[in-house]
Design a protein around this ligand. Structure first.
Ligand SMILES: [Zn+2]
Length: 123
């Protein structure tokens, strides 16, 4: 690692904790909003004639619920990745590839702050 890269890495590791905490807070907020949306949709489907499969409103609500469930799943798993990143920051192993132990390049960490592996060992 050349000195310039080492300095960038040092700066990134210094800021990573705040960045991860900020993103976790944002995702937690989104999850709460999506939980509210879900409640709203459940209420809407109770008010519509959900037993009628030809009811266009019922179908729209069902579609929205499945979209929301998929989104909730994606956000939850991203949040779990960030939790892992926070743990690694606390342990001092953040930014090291889990497979080979080599430092993960700064460019990759900037794009994917929760990355656990170098590009070679990414699945
Ligand atoms: Zn690796």
């Amino acid at each position: 690692m050349n000195p310039a890269e080492a300095r960038r890495r040092e700066a990134l590791l210094r800021d990573a904790g705040a960045g991860v905490a900020q993103e976790r807070a944002a995702l937690t907020e989104r999850l709460a909003e999506m939980a509210e949306d879900r409640t709203r949709l459940v209420e809407a489907s109770q008010n519509s004639n959900a037993d009628d499969e030809h009811d266009p409103e019922g179908q729209t609500i069902a579609y929205e619920r499945s979209q929301l469930a998929a989104l909730t799943e994606a956000v939850s798993s991203h949040l779990a990745e960030l939790d892992g990143a926070a743990d690694r920051l606390a342990e001092g192993t953040y930014g090291d590839c889990e497979v080979c132990g080599e430092p993960i390049p700064v460019e990759r960490l900037l794009v994917r702050p929760a990355a656990r592996t170098c590009v070679t060992h990414a699945t």
